[in-house]
Design a protein around this ligand. Structure first.
Ligand SMILES: Cc1cc2nc3c(=O)[nH]c(=O)nc-3n(C[C@H](O)[C@H](O)[C@H](O)COP(=O)(O)OP(=O)(O)OC[C@H]3O[C@@H](n4cnc5c(N)ncnc54)[C@H](O)[C@@H]3O)c2cc1C
Length: 398
């Protein structure tokens, strides 16, 4: 068992940015300084959206800057350099291909094939930790909403909707089956509350089919929802009754403003916690709850929050778990919270980065979200910026 004094320190700048060349360090400083200014992000996002709509080429500006910082490359092959670099510092990769807002059956099939390629690429390759997909890339959102309503006792599906739903189920099964065959693990991302019941239903079905003997499929639980601790307990009880294991990725949740806006527009109570402290409290409670049942539930903590990551390290130590215990993983996004990721890795924890990849045009909505998120978590980002600057000074002095 590790002693508490061996817990990682997230302010070790040399360790945090060892993987960056001097030029990359400089780029990160310029980028983080810019996206720390909300007016730059607002203007930049608006310009990017206009250029996207008018099909104005902008890859010359985006490729060497935000795209190079937050994305692996345009294809899996293109992302090799990033995957290698992470692996050299004991950080594993979760290739993330996200297609958004598709409705056409052939586009949904195409997304399924691309995700399948990420699963196949990871087979037998220790540089990869998990595969991941969003169910909304395999189904229209309208159908997921209808299925969610019908699961809650609402109107049942029409015959054509039922057929479309069976196709979605088949795509999800294809991906989970391929992961099981490849000896891998796959996470299903959580999305908006009005489509989440359908996603949970699919994820639990897949866990029941593939999580016997080992954990292949992980469902995601968002603790910014005030009902999710109860859901977590119910999901675990259903698994126990069904004789299978659970994989659970815990996150705070990414759609807070959209959720609150919709609830207010449609006049129903918001599913989101009243304040940040409540999300933090439930996130930490869920980490502890899962950790105490680690024989039955395997855990991925998807968070950039230093305090939560440190608490998890401490609780692992208290529970007598080694940092390298394969039932517990930590994950962050590429280009974000490197002090957390690389210091965890240096202390022997299982840690991985989501590595988004794909054509630059398709990555723009993702990049806008990253820039906006970094502006809104300015406290955390300014700490990272301060560490980046400290590291630059340290290198200049050495
Ligand atoms: C590896 C990884 C995988 C992820 N997968 C998913 C996923 O599948 N689905 C998903 O939805 N998100 C996902 N996320 C995003 C995640 O949910 C958070 O949006 C993001 O990580 C910020 O939360 P944090 O814990 O890192 O940091 P923090 O800065 O500590 O928390 C910020 C988060 O706290 C919550 N919050 C902020 N203000 C308030 C408030 N006033 N009231 C209530 N809550 C508040 C919000 O959820 C906000 O995003 C993932 C993140 C990572 C790193």
């Amino acid at each position: 068992m590790i002693s508490q004094s061996n817990l990682p320190k997230f302010n070790d700048s040399a360790q945090a940015f060892q993987h960056l060349t001097d030029a990359e360090l400089h780029r990160a400083i310029v980028l983080f300084s810019l996206i720390g200014k909300s007016w730059v992000v607002s203007v930049g996002s608006a310009l990017a959206r206009i250029a996207l709509a008018l099909r104005i080429p902008m890859s010359w500006a985006i490729r060497p800057t935000v795209y190079a910082h937050f994305c692996g490359g345009e294809s899996i092959a293109d992302s090799e350099e990033t995957i290698d670099k992470l692996s050299a510092h004991n950080v594993r990769t979760i290739l993330d291909y996200s297609a958004e807002g598709q409705t056409d059956e052939s586009d949904l099939d195409a997304t399924c094939s691309v995700v399948l390629a990420t699963i196949q690429a990871a087979q037998g390759d220790a540089r990869y930790a998990f595969a991941v997909f969003k169910v909304s890339g395999l189904s229209s959102n309208a159908l997921l909403e209808k299925v969610s309503t019908s699961l809650a006792g609402g109107k049942s599906l029409s015959q054509s909707e039922q057929i479309a739903w069976e196709r979605v189920q088949a795509r999800v099964r294809t991906l989970c089956e391929a992961t099981a065959q490849a000896g891998g693990r796959v996470m299903i991302d959580a999305e908006e509350s009005w489509i989440q019941d359908a996603i949970d239903e699919l994820a639990e079905d897949m866990m029941s089919d593939y999580n016997r003997g080992r954990v292949v499929v992980y469902n995601t639980v968002q603790l910014y929802r005030h009902d999710r601790l109860v859901y977590l307990e119910n999901m675990a009880s259903r698994a126990e009754e069904g004789g299978y294991m659970c994989g659970v990725k815990l996150v705070r949740g990414a759609y807070m403003e959209k959720e609150r806006q919709r609830a207010s527009n449609l006049g129903y109570p918001s599913p989101i916690q009243p304040d940040k402290a409540s999300s933090d409290r439930d996130f930490d409670a869920a980490l502890r709850w899962v950790l105490h049942r680690i024989e039955k539930l395997h855990l991925v903590a998807g968070s950039h929050n230093e305090e939560s990551n440190l608490k998890l390290c401490k609780w692992m130590a208290e529970a007598g778990l080694q940092p390298s215990d394969e039932r517990v993983s930590f994950a962050q996004l590429l280009g974000m919270s490197d002090p957390v990721t690389f210091n965890l890795a240096a202390h022997g924890y299982n840690v991985a980065k989501y590595v988004p990849y794909g054509p630059i045009r398709e990555a723009i909505p993702y990049l806008i979200r990253r820039a906006q998120e970094n502006t809104s978590v300015s406290g955390q980002m300014s700490r990272e910026l301060e560490l980046l600057r400290r590291e630059q000074t340290r290198r200049l002095g050495s």
